[in-house]
Write a protein of this length. Sequence first.
Length: 154
Amino acid sequence: MIWALAYALIVALALISYIKISDLNISSEADSVFSSFHSYSDSRLGFGVRYPADWAIEAEASSVTFLPPELSDSGVTVTVADPSSSVGIRKNLKIISETNTTLGGIIATRLVNDLGGGHSEIIIMATHNKKLYVVNGTENLMRPVLLTFHFITK
């Protein structure tokens, strides 16, 4: 009986130690991934993100584009529009696939748009606070931006 209790205690301590070490590895990995990122927030448009430090920003009245240093990619654009414009946006696309996803913690639609020539882009559309948020770009560039996207409420 004593051996069984001692064995259970050792297993429990090993499990707790493993969980603590795993948490440290995950948080240090996240810190290293996002440590070279800058924060962007726009209370007028109602969103914020983190983006790689070597990217540039082009802001317009209703959109912000985050541009990587390589000029071969058009970056990631966040556009804020009236929700009724989603019909017009969809008309101009060659949608390959459509699935549900989340954006800033709310349900969104993820579209894959065929650009031709074997190229495609990802478009995420979500409605929040009576605004349509459209985020588009290539999959590999959008990933870090989407992980940190958040809505700002006034």
